[in-house]
Design a protein around this ligand. Structure first.
Ligand SMILES: Cc1cc2nc3c(=O)[nH]c(=O)nc-3n(C[C@H](O)[C@H](O)[C@H](O)COP(=O)(O)OP(=O)(O)OC[C@H]3O[C@@H](n4cnc5c(N)ncnc54)[C@H](O)[C@@H]3O)c2cc1C
Length: 439
């Protein structure tokens, strides 16, 4: 029987929560995912008192629901970034994407976080021949900006990396890796607590109010039936940002769901024959499909955007199953042990942002690429709180935008789902045409 909860949540130690809510603290962090905990670690280690609240059980958000693919990418090409922000900022955006991967990999290694880290590499597969060409162009640009440990793979060599004939070549990122995200989150929670941060679950923050109407004087944070006074507030709620907490942010971050399934154990030999090398794989298809072996090497986990709007995991399961057997026909009919969903947070610029609005800091907008970036930006947010007048990161330049039609309730996402489904069909049509030209 398929369980409708994350595979990662099986057999894990329970979080030990803090007790005794203080009346005052230096910093309150809203959201105890990778962003919030990473910020808490840096602040607490600098001698600042920190209280972190999550509205749900600790480990509820995307940080323990994701695919555990550790990489440096974001969804904006160097050309697009250059057009929008100019050459200098575009270069920094791509350098900092690399820096985020190095930061998070080092954080795990240096602190011996037990989270099944594997530097297994990542393969980005071309759904269409033109995808392969544009990846190759992008790679040249990225290599000109920074050291970029990545290479193109010709379509004739693809079977050495993935046993399917679906793709027109790919790009391999050598330094990318994978983690067990729930274990990574647990490790960050332990580090934050050991550094002196107080972390509370099931404590929804309802309101953040400037003290006596003056944000310089600090804030009163209402949480549950209590309140706490602080100098600074960091909102780290990404795809779980709701208008009840911040109308400003909820108008700027779209909660877009992602869905994942995990197969029953099919054996290490079989997994290895399907994904020789055990790396992570992401497609260029608009459906945004990603898959990898689980850390034990005996199962395959595959995620995709079954819909742009919120939908139950039960409803998404057939599409995920179909996608799996489309890639690996021999897995048709294999049992699915787990199926689940979670919210990613999309910014309109498709880039993350470290912002400050009305004196309240925020770090979010990872657009589905937060395993490396969220701990990094959380750390950067902490540095900004410590030195507010200093420019800390290029992601202060990627300001969050809204749209006149968006008031925080994404009514248009079901329409976007239909659009992307149509786009997938169009992609498939283009693909068939390309194939018939080749044959
Ligand atoms: C299914 C899925 C697959 C993904 N796969 C990958 C992947 O393979 N690789 C990758 O790089 N990224 C992936 N991502 C994205 C990545 O997981 C996120 O970008 C990252 O975890 C964001 O971390 P966060 O701490 O900012 O937010 P979250 O981990 O979502 O934490 C936000 C927290 O805020 C809390 N909250 C909300 N409102 C309040 C309130 N009022 N008071 C208190 N707490 C509040 C929520 O309960 C939640 O726990 C995936 C995401 C999903 C959903």
């Amino acid at each position: 029987m398929t369980k409708y909860s994350p595979y990662w949540w099986e057999d894990q130690p329970k979080y030990i929560e803090s007790n005794g809510l203080p009346k005052n603290t230096d910093v309150v962090i809203v959201g105890a995912g990778f962003t919030g905990l990473s910020a808490a670690i840096t602040l607490a280690k600098s001698g600042v008192s920190v209280v972190v609240f999550d509205s749900e059980e600790l480990g509820f958000g995307a940080s323990t629901r994701n695919g555990g693919m550790l990489g440096s990418g974001h969804k904006v090409s160097p050309q697009e970034a250059e057009k929008k922000y100019g050459l200098e900022i575009a270069g920094k955006i791509h350098k900092e994407a690399n820096a985020s991967l190095a930061f998070t990999t080092d954080l795990i290694k240096e602190n011996n976080i037990d989270c099944d880290l594997q530097i297994c590499g990542r393969l980005r597969t071309s759904w269409l021949p033109q995808d392969h060409l544009s990846m190759s162009e992008n790679l040249k640009k990225l290599k000109a900006i920074d050291d970029f440990n990545s290479r193109m793979i010709d379509s004739s060599k693809m079977l050495e990396s993935v046993k399917t004939d679906l793709y027109f070549g790919g790009q391999f990122y050598e330094d990318h890796g994978s983690v067990q995200p729930r274990k990574f989150h647990y490790g960050l929670h332990q580090m934050a607590s050991n550094a002196g941060a107080k972390v509370f679950g099931r404590m929804p923050v309802k309101q953040v109010t400037p003290k006596s109407g003056d944000k310089q004087a600090g804030f009163i944070v209402s949480v549950g039936n209590q309140s706490i006074s602080c100098k600074d507030v960091l909102i780290a709620t990404n795809g779980y940002t709701r208008s009840s907490l911040s109308t400003y942010l909820s108008r700027r971050i779209l909660p877009v769901p992602s869905f994942i399934i995990t197969t029953d154990e099919i054996g290490a030999d079989r997994v290895n024959s399907l994904i020789p090398g055990g790396h992570c794989i992401v497609e260029t298809r608009k459906r945004y499909c990603y898959y990898r072996p689980t850390p034990c090497g005996k199962r395959i986990m595959i995620g995709t955007r079954a819909a742009m709007h919120s939908m139950s995991a039960e409803k998404a399961l057939p599409l995920l199953r179909k996608t799996l057997s489309e890639i690996f026909p021999e897995l048709d009919g294999v049992k699915i042990s787990h199926c689940w969903t979670g919210f990613t947070g999309f910014s309109f610029s498709m880039l993350p942002n470290l912002g400050c609005h009305d004196g309240i800091y925020s770090a979010m907008g990872y657009c589905g690429n937060g395993v490396a970036m969220a701990p990094y930006l959380g750390h950067m947010a902490a540095l900004k709180i410590l030195e507010p007048n200093k420019k800390i990161t290029v992601f202060e330049d990627t300001s969050l935008q809204t749209r006149p039609y968006y008031f925080g309730s994404p009514w248009f996402l079901p329409i976007a789902s239909v659009y992307f489904k149509a786009y997938d069909k169009f992609d498939n049509y283009r693909r068939r045409k390309n194939l018939s030209n080749i044959l």
